[in-house]
Design a binder for this molecule. Sequence first.
Ligand code: WQD
Length: 339
Amino acid sequence: MKVLLTGGAGYIGTHTAVELAAAGHDPVVFDALYNSRPEAVRRVERITGRTVPFVEGDCADRAAVERAFAEHRPDAVIHCAGLKAVGESTERPLAYYRNNLDGVLALCEVMAEHGVFRLVFSSSATVYGDPATVPITEDMPLSATNPYGATKLFAERILADAAAADPRWHAVSLRYFNPIGAHPSGLIGEDPRGVPANLFPYMSQAATGRREALRVFGDDYPTPDGTGVRDYLHVVDLARGHVAALEHLDDAPGHRVYNLGTGQGTSVLEAVRAFEEATGAAVPREVVGRRPGDIAVCYADPSAALRDLGWKTELSMAEACADAWRWQTRNPDGYAAAE
Ligand code: WQD
């Protein structure tokens, strides 16, 4: 299938483009380049050995989306584009609602006008808020603890209501847990702008000396070692989950949601030790106070994705750490150096 891949120059998007091509599909990248660079798409072409069409545009700009549809006539859409920083969303809520919700609304309108009703949407485990129990299943209560999470919650509701009103829609929302790592080639990886907010990119940069010591945000949580527990999955596994969902769409009328995670919880200190063991690099760190808004424990029950999509994670934390390190050490300045 020819797939319009919005946000395809980003961390998740580039890895998804590689797996789409590996599965015989034809990705067309559509990206506004707010948090990414054209070099990332060129790297995808190097990995896949094929041309990957790239259209620069914002999903909230209907005319731009129209042009992409008219030129490339996709059979389906994978929608990864969006602003995604939890902390930033609390500082810029209007920008997050405008960008993320206008984007999904404009995209769905243009899709429907072109008779394209196959959609995989990038959602997030953030929609579960602070879960009462773990592991988390898709039927558990949803709540938004920040504007970013709210945009994912509202977008899922938009897709559910669109599908309820028009049976032609076949849409799947994928609730990502914590993606980590990089493609084993070392050519693509996570390239956050500025100081990374997330654990793995910060830890990788701290291990190279590019950043100050890792601040461990709290060791007084009700967890085995007191530090926060998350479900870290290799970004290549996550990308393959998008291909599995895309190939499942014909059998999935309506709107369905799936957790994409390992089903295992890992604490911050366990992740740091795993990173050190896998890379041989030391991670300088210090325990500080909790980060506002953080929850103690969050990890998935991914059994629905296995049952319906035939998907489960296959790559290990050690592989993710080694792949993250290869990307970091070969691209100390991310894609910027190649621009
Ligand atoms: C993981 C753990 C921190 C940084 C967020 C979004 C989520 C998704 C992934 C988009 C926590 C601890 C972190 C640091 C630390 N993004 N930590 N020092 O907060 O689980 O999830 O990113 O979809 O929606 O909410 O990820 O990597 O920021 O934190 O101790 O410098 O690492 O306290 O326990 P998080 P994270």
